[in-house]
Design a protein around this ligand. Sequence first.
Ligand SMILES: [Zn+2]
Length: 169
Amino acid sequence: MIWKSLGHSDLLVGGKPVLIRSLLLCTELGDFHRYRVCSEAGKPAWARLAKDGSGKIGALVTGPYSEMLKIPSRKEMQPHLFVPLNSLSKRVQKKLLIPLNYELYEEENTLVAREIADEPYYLASRTSYVFHYPGCKRAHKVIPGNRVYFKTRNEALENGYCPHKICNP
Ligand SMILES: [Zn+2]
């Protein structure tokens, strides 16, 4: 996957944003509580994959575009939050991780991902002429003998492969 610098921190961000409405966060008492999150104007917040300086992958939560992020019950407003993957629902986690070749690990009650290969690549099946992001379920089902790899999206297109409609690489 291609990562881009966030600019105002050491975080790199990648992939497409996914809309979210709540986050599982640690309270002051040390237990977990689900909080509603939104932009300052009340629109849904965005979650994107983000990697910190040590290579840990979690999610960066922001308001859409440059709006501030609001957690109404905590009376908090901030430009962004970097959270572990288990702060998000399973559905959002899956959507976010599709472009990535990753492994998951737990660290002090938090779920983080690590990139297995940091070179961008796409996987296709020799028999179907469809190409996928490496984290797509269908990509895992392609029999090893039928697998073809491409470094870039263009390379796959030039070789006559079509993007998979579900993972949308
Ligand atoms: Zn796919």
